[in-house]
Design a protein around this ligand. Structure first.
Ligand code: ADP
Length: 363
């Protein structure tokens, strides 16, 4: 098993505990905690079952696995799955972040050093340079690369044969991929947020690897507040471990979790400060919406891409916001969590603010 590339993650936004984006601090732990076989990869059962069959069939035919596109929000296990696929195929993997492949020559450099049936994993594949993407088409289809040498009228193109390989692309924004590109992948899978039970299994496994003692109730609480994301669950486990150590006893109890998460500003629903700012802006500034993503991003101080890739999917899926043709609107749970009353009619501008201790209205 080899990993020939440097995977340089990018920092987006501020260091909030529940952002699913990877931080430098996560890298060391993620290496330790990252499952290497399907047996250790919790949940996403339908995807696992299909992949196992495709892998077994490819192995029996003695061919490389079809190209795979893994889609879904950050922190759900796309990189992990790509590495597991290579492991289960028994081949090496080369990983690269799309922006690091700047020119067709960079791609040729990678592809020509790959052994037969190996995996090329390209993370953030929607950010691939358009020219590089076109070169990749030929490589994906018939394992040929056409390289142009010289410029101007004397330019010649040279056809390079490369060894059959499997491309695994990961993307948080499948909508940005062109149809010709998508059609060249034989296997397309979308990863979804994890339920509490799966997050608990992931946390149990991680606590065993990290040799941390944790109460069942504490584990459940962390799972509940992890925004359906294994990366966040593991990060919160590490942070609460710090609090438990300072506390002197080392054991993670429910009490330690509650204190730690309060200090880290992680609320009951696992929403972080940016999530809350998004909801607050839609409800208070835009009176419940609709509001376009650019306007929202300008107020929040994040890029529209980050809002769409990182924050929105969870808020949408969990009933905090709705997406309509005219923009984003606040849904019932947004009012509940902000402790505000939902206006009865859209025209009604005033929102009544609840006093502490009042129960939010069920709509
Ligand atoms: P992505 O590539 O989708 O951003 P990663 O594959 O880097 O996500 O996953 C982040 C971390 O979460 C991994 O290091 C791993 O420890 C953990 N993880 C993700 N999915 C699972 C899973 N299904 N089972 C156990 N751990 C997981």
């Amino acid at each position: 098993m080899k990993d020939k590339s440097e995977h340089k993650p990018e920092k987006i936004g501020q260091h909030f505990e529940t952002t699913p984006v990877v931080f430098d601090d996560d890298i060391r732990f993620e290496k330790t905690l990252r499952p290497v076989r399907f047996e250790e990869f919790v949940g996403q059962n339908k995807i696992k079952e299909k992949l196992k069959i495709y892998i077994e069939a490819a192995k029996r035919r003695g061919e490389p696995l079809d190209h795979v596109l893994l889609m879904g929000p950050p922190g759900l296990g796309k990189t992990t799955l790509a590495n597991i696929i290579a492991n289960e195929l028994g081949v090496g993997i080369i990983s690269a972040a799309a922006p690091s492949i700047e020119r067709p020559g960079d791609l040729a450099g990678i592809l020509t050093q790959m052994e037969e049936k190996e995996v090329l994993f390209i993370d953030e594949i929607h950010r691939l340079d358009a020219t590089v993407e076109e070169y990749l088409y030929g490589a994906m289809e018939d394992f040929k690369l056409s390289v142009v040498i010289d410029r101007g009228p004397g330019a010649k193109s040279l056809e390079l044969s490369i060894k059959p390989f499997t491309l695994i692309g990961a993307t948080t924004r499948a909508g940005l991929l062109s149809t010709p590109f998508i059609s060249r992948f034989g296997i397309l899978e979308r990863l979804d947020y994890y339920g509490d039970a799966d997050l608990q299994s992931i946390l149990r496994r991680s606590s065993e690897i990290l040799k941390v003692s944790i109460e069942d109730a504490a584990l459940k609480e962390i799972a509940k507040r992890s925004r359906g994301t294994p990366r966040i669950a593991n990060r919160l486990l590490r942070r609460t471990r710090d609090f438990a150590q300072i506390d002197g006893k080392g054991n993670i109890t429910l009490e330690v979790v509650s204190t730690a998460l309060e200090k880290l500003s992680v609320n009951d629903a696992g929403l972080d400060e940016i999530d809350m700012k998004i909801l607050d802006t839609i409800v208070r500034v835009y009176k419940g919406g609709p509001v376009g993503v650019n306007a929202l991003a300008a107020i929040i101080g994040e890029s529209p891409e980050t809002i769409e890739e990182v924050y929105e999917p969870y808020l949408l899926q969990n009933g905090f916001i709705r997406r309509t043709l005219r923009g984003r609107e606040a849904a019932e749970r947004a009012y509940d969590i902000l402790r505000m009353r939902k206006p009865v009619r859209a025209e009604q501008p005033d929102l009544e603010i609840f006093n502490e201790g009042d129960k939010p209205v069920e709509n």
